[in-house]
Design a protein around this ligand. Structure first.
Ligand SMILES: Cc1cc2nc3c(=O)[nH]c(=O)nc-3n(C[C@H](O)[C@H](O)[C@H](O)COP(=O)(O)OP(=O)(O)OC[C@H]3O[C@@H](n4cnc5c(N)ncnc54)[C@H](O)[C@@H]3O)c2cc1C
Length: 460
């Protein structure tokens, strides 16, 4: 027997639950399917648990530096990993339960627990239930990519999911992958007290960022005693007693990094391989991402894909924005598009990197005349007062239109301060407008008008 609804939503990540709320409020009946943890990656194995752990790691770091501020801690700073994990679990669980009960109590919404699989473009199987709807919304997210590297099946490795179950401190954590996920774990575990080595295949860390950002991030991590091995061209694994040897063979340094634990942080892959998309006529690209148009419609009429699984974003806020686009277009008579949004994001090492729009390399590639400004955090009063002067801020504008094209704030409060720039970019106002503003003293943001005012012309 088939149960028929107005809409089916697959996946309780960042887009599915708020979409269910909008659709049901509009009077539609919704079948909601989740196979595992409500709240998805962000709530259970991504943003929330990692940022909670980053906060514990920051507390340990600051406690060790307490003497610099004239504060005594009365002895050695210790880290109780069981308590650290319990705090993380409590915050994450509260959020997960919130999403679950929200959906459970939602009028006109029926929650199904199990793995969803398309039978056709209008029918989805979940357990023994066969569901049908005219509209289907896919929000299945992604998971850690575990590449088929030599020796990987001979050793135990961790992913961002399994490392969150540790309540003891690894003696030596080798993080394979020097990008956003890997670097956050690397720094937090170093601050918890582990030896940490980061092994990265590319010639520099977070290679998508500008070279000065990569170099400064590397300096920040090395200053805390993290070993960074970039240019690791032939990564492979081998058991070595109770330890694991990770082959790196960089141009200099020892050919292996040996650790007690290995975290694989080598990218993500979409959860689209077991969804029966072929039965629905939903096209995927060569990496498994669902192909969507600018309004997130898939190749099959009546089916949309939102969040990480469509490859148009890899963040909680891009997934949520996908929901806003789909809801506005379907329910509010608007025409919102993915290409209208300006990307911003943060890397939550400490100090954090806040990013908006283009990198300098991307801006230069447009061949437009540019204005670029830079200021080290040593020249930001608030950073000096806080004793957190690592990093710098930079901004790029179009020299003719005066529109801001991009910015990076790698420094204390950078994840918050970047919004001053992101908001201006979204409002499409010229940077000169900010020259008349009166920012609050002392903040990191107060230097943004100064930074913009000091921009210099660079030749295309
Ligand atoms: C370690 C880490 C840290 C991160 N930190 C940040 C951060 O600080 N800021 C940020 O913006 N982003 C961060 N991210 C990225 C962010 O978590 C994701 O971009 C976001 O969660 C994507 O949401 P989503 O809705 O696309 O999918 P998900 O949140 O992945 O949700 C998908 C849901 O679908 C379910 N599902 C999958 N297949 C099926 C099926 N066949 N049937 C039924 N249910 C199914 C899954 O169980 C899951 O619950 C981080 C990611 C990681 C891994």
């Amino acid at each position: 027997m088939t149960d028929t609804y107005d809409a089916i939503i697959i996946g309780a990540g960042q887009a599915g639950p708020p979409l269910a709320a909008r659709l049901t409020a509009a009077g539609m009946s919704v079948a909601f399917i989740e196979r595992k943890l409500f709240g998805g990656t962000c709530v259970n194995t991504g943003c929330i648990p990692t940022k909670t752990l980053v906060a514990s790691a920051y507390a340990a770091h600051l406690a060790r530096r307490a003497g610099e501020y004239g504060i005594g801690t009365g002895g050695e700073v210790t880290v109780d990993m069981k308590a650290v994990k319990a705090r993380k679990d409590m915050i994450s669980t509260r959020s997960r339960n919130g999403v679950e009960s929200w959906l459970e109590k939602m009028e006109r919404c029926t929650v199904y627990r199990g793995h969803a699989r398309f039978l056709s473009s209008r029918e989805v199987q979940v357990g023994t239930h066969r569901l049908a709807a005219k509209q289907v919304f896919i929000n299945v997210g992604g998971r850690a990519l575990v590449p088929d590297l030599p020796g990987i099946d001979r050793v135990a490795t961790l992913t961002n999911t399994s490392i969150l179950e540790l309540d003891t401190l690894p003696r030596h954590l080798v993080v394979v992958g020097g990008s956003y996920v890997g670097l956050e774990f690397a720094q937090m575990y170093r601050r918890f007290g582990a030896e940490v080595t980061v092994v990265e295949k590319a010639p520099r860390l977070i290679a998508r960022e500008d070279e000065d950002v990569s170099a400064t991030v590397q300096e920040i991590l090395e200053a805390e005693g993290i070993t960074v091995r970039v240019g690791a061209e032939c990564i492979r694994f081998e058991p070595r007693g109770a330890d694991i040897a990770v082959g790196v063979e960089c141009t200099s340094g020892p050919p292996v990094a040996t650790g007690s634990h290995v975290l694989l942080a080598m990218g993500r892959r979409p959860n689209t391989d077991d969804l029966g998309l072929e039965n629905a006529g939903v096209e995927i690209d060569e990496r498994g991402y669902i192909v969507v148009d600018d309004e997130l419609r898939t190749s099959a009429a009546g089916i949309w894909a939102l969040g990480d699984c469509n490859g148009r974003g890899a963040f909680t806020h891009t997934a949520y924005n996908d929901f806003e686009i789909v809801a506005a277009n379907l329910l509010d008579g608007e025409r919102r598009r993915v290409s209208d949004r300006i990307l911003g994001y943060a890397l939550y090492i400490d100090p954090p990197l806040g990013r908006a729009g283009m990198t300098e390399a991307q801006a230069r590639a447009t061949k437009r005349p540019l204005l670029i400004g830079r200021r080290p955090m040593t020249r930001v009063g608030r950073a000096v007062e806080k004793g957190e002067t690592q990093g710098f801020m930079m901004a790029i504008a179009d020299a003719e239109t005066h529109q801001i094209l991009g910015a990076a704030i790698l420094g204390t409060g950078g994840d918050e301060a970047i919004h001053g720039i992101l908001d201006m970019m979204d409002a499409r106002i010229p940077y000169t407008t900010l020259q008349r503003a009166m920012p609050i003293h002392p903040t990191v943001s107060e230097l943004i008008p100064t930074l913009l005012g000091e921009m210099k012309s660079v030749s295309p």
